[in-house]
Design a protein around this ligand. Structure first.
Ligand code: PLP
Length: 405
């Protein structure tokens, strides 16, 4: 693509609305085109064969016209280019979902005989399950950050962390983890932070994964996944994607590119509301513990003294639903839904307790959200006496623990 603007000088908010669109003016377009073709005409079979051979050998993006939608798609390529710029990566490879993206990373490493993964809990429930069940022939060692270097073996292909993690919002230092990894590539699931709050590649991660279904799409109407990484990994991931077929639908790629254009604005606005709700919840005697990441973000998790299911069924404005990252606020009970698939003992050990609720804060007015939460939490009298300390104006809540009932 030819750039009319010096791409190196653009700030993130500018990248969000311009990256992946640099050639539009030359094409005489303003909105990006949506290309739904599954195949493309070619009257030169020999030339086409050479290009397919080249792709099979190198995994490099095809020069010239596309061949087949499982190999490449111009609309998705725009989304990939834009996300790569936002994450500060050479390239990005898009998939049908976040789980398809993780699958491709694991298969890419396993194809080199590197089947062992070192991972830090908690992870999103299905990511945990995919690793723990060994469905793709992977073997996992669970550890904390301090144990990473020791857990690495000669056949370790990957170290994986989520930060902030789903659903406890526990954070790790990407720089410290990357240091402990040595030459083993570190994959950071950046779904919760987004590149607006954190760019793990700058701190030594080799791959960044997103469930694009969440903040990148941002409106709860598109499913996708993406990995941002260096050119070498991207080539391998493209080959795996071609072989296994977990491709993103171009309509999804179109919506994801559109979602990226408002990502910085959405994330900052929702984060401000989430920080305020976290402060109020931490100051409320009906909560036992509140988790809110130091780096900010639009997710708040909290443990209640009462029945978490009553809170979920008590909201009216907030939607009780799995998933996150939409323009509207969602709440769910991880032990029942997003992390149900994780063994109960492992879940508890990772801090995913039975009274924990996870809330994805959207773009509504903070006072409307608070009124809804306040009602759903029920009467203050329900909180145990021991959990009613004098109110504090402590604003920077991370985990404000009170005596459990
Ligand atoms: N990573 C995180 C942190 C998630 O929360 C999710 C889904 O909730 C995934 C990965 C999987 O993404 P998807 O549902 O798009 O497959």
């Amino acid at each position: 693509m030819t750039s009319r603007i010096d791409a190196d000088r653009r700030e993130q908010a500018t990248e969000a609305v311009h990256a992946g669109r640099e050639d539009l003016a030359a094409l005489g377009l303003h909105a990006p085109p949506l290309d739904l073709s599954t195949t493309y005409p070619s009257y030169d079979s020999r030339g086409e064969a050479a290009r397919i051979d080249e792709f099979a050998r190198t995994g490099a993006r095809l020069e010239g016209p596309p061949v087949y939608a499982r190999l490449d798609n111009p609309t998705n390529a725009r989304f990939e280019a834009a996300l790569a710029r936002l994450e500060g990566a050479d390239d990005a490879v898009a998939f049908a979902s976040g789980m398809a993206a993780l699958t491709a990373v694991l298969l890419a490493r396993a194809s080199l005989g590197l089947r062992h993964v070192v991972a830090v809990r908690p992870l999103y429930g299905c990511s945990d399950h995919l690793l723990a069940a060994g469905l793709l022939g992977t073997e996992v060692t669970w550890t904390d950050v301090a144990g990473i270097a020791e857990a690495i073996r000669p056949d370790t292909g990957l170290v994986m962390v989520e930060t902030p993690a789903n659903p406890t919002l526990a954070e790790v230092s990407v720089r410290a983890v990357a240091h402990a990894c040595g030459s083993v590539p570190l994959l950071v699931d950046n779904t919760f932070a987004t590149p607006v709050l954190q760019r793990p590649l700058e701190d030594g991660a080799r791959m960044v994964l997103h469930s694009a279904t969440k903040y990148l799409g941002g409106h709860g109407d598109v499913m996708g996944g993406v990995v941002a990484c260096d050119d070498g990994f991207a080539r391998t991931l493209r080959q795996v994607r071609f072989a296994t077929g977990g491709v993103l639908h171009p309509m999804a790629g179109y919506l994801l590119l559109r979602g990226l254009s408002t990502l910085p604005v959405r994330v900052r606005a929702a984060s401000a509301t989430a920080a305020e709700l976290a402060r109020r919840l931490a100051d409320d005697p009906r909560t036992a513990r509140v988790h809110y990441p130091k780096i900010g973000g639009a997710m708040v998790s909290f443990e209640v003294h009462g029945d978490p299911h009553e809170v979920v069924s008590g909201v009216r404005l907030i939607t009780p639903a799995v998933s996150l990252g939409s323009v509207d606020t969602l709440i769910q009970h991880p032990a029942s839904i997003s992390h149900r698939i994780v063994d109960e003992g492992d879940r508890h050990a990772a801090g995913v307790h039975d009274r924990l609720l996870r809330m994805s804060v959207g773009l509504e007015d903070v006072e409307d959200l608070w009124r809804d939460l306040d009602r759903a939490l029920g009467p203050v009298a329900r909180a145990p006496l021991s959990a009613r300390p004098a109110r504090t104006a402590d604003a920077t809540v991370r985990e404000r623990e009170r005596a459990a009932p």
